[in-house]
Design a protein around this ligand. Sequence first.
Ligand code: PA5
Ligand code: MN
Length: 191
Amino acid sequence: MSIIQAASPPGPPPTLVDWSTGSISGEGVEESVKTLGQLEGIFEDEPAWRAMNPDTEVYRVRYWRPVSDGKTGGLFWGSTVLQPGRVGDEYFMTHGHFHAIRDRAEFYATVKGTGALLIMREDGELWSQKMKPGTVHYIPGDVAHRVVNTGDEPLIFLASWPSDAGHDYARIRATGFSKRLVLRNGEPCLP
Ligand code: PA5
Ligand code: MN
């Protein structure tokens, strides 16, 4: 019996990942870009941030939402390309967020590059995990998560998260992460 069936299956057609670049493509794939100008208040050294070109791309997310946003029980899939760079001595990083529904978990899987995943509880306790090609990170519910590129090439990772998780960015804009990953004596350091 052929595995190609005539009747359409109960989900959308597959999307495609290029495993060498982490890029995803296919019907319905969306894209969003974050520039330095859009990350106001995120980096500590504000004068250094102001002196840089606000149009500089920091990261780009391509994502696939095969079910509607907010649906309970579905999953989304995305790919983030985080550029190398620094604002002052602080490495380029994602904005970071809690999930709007706090107990929703997520997977991140590194395709290329090196960096760190920062995970922070509501009370500010923070952990980091090294990201390098092949690492798969389980991000439990109830934690904020942010990725930092400590290398000199783009850091690319895939992610999958529940379709009803949502993003709470406001909490990070208000109180930030409790630690920052900075360059000290030629090394990434989380003081
Ligand atoms: O769902 C996720 O956690 C990721 O796809 C992130 O949204 C992505 O890496 C960009 O980070 P942020 O949403 O914090 O801007
Ligand atoms: Mn998330």
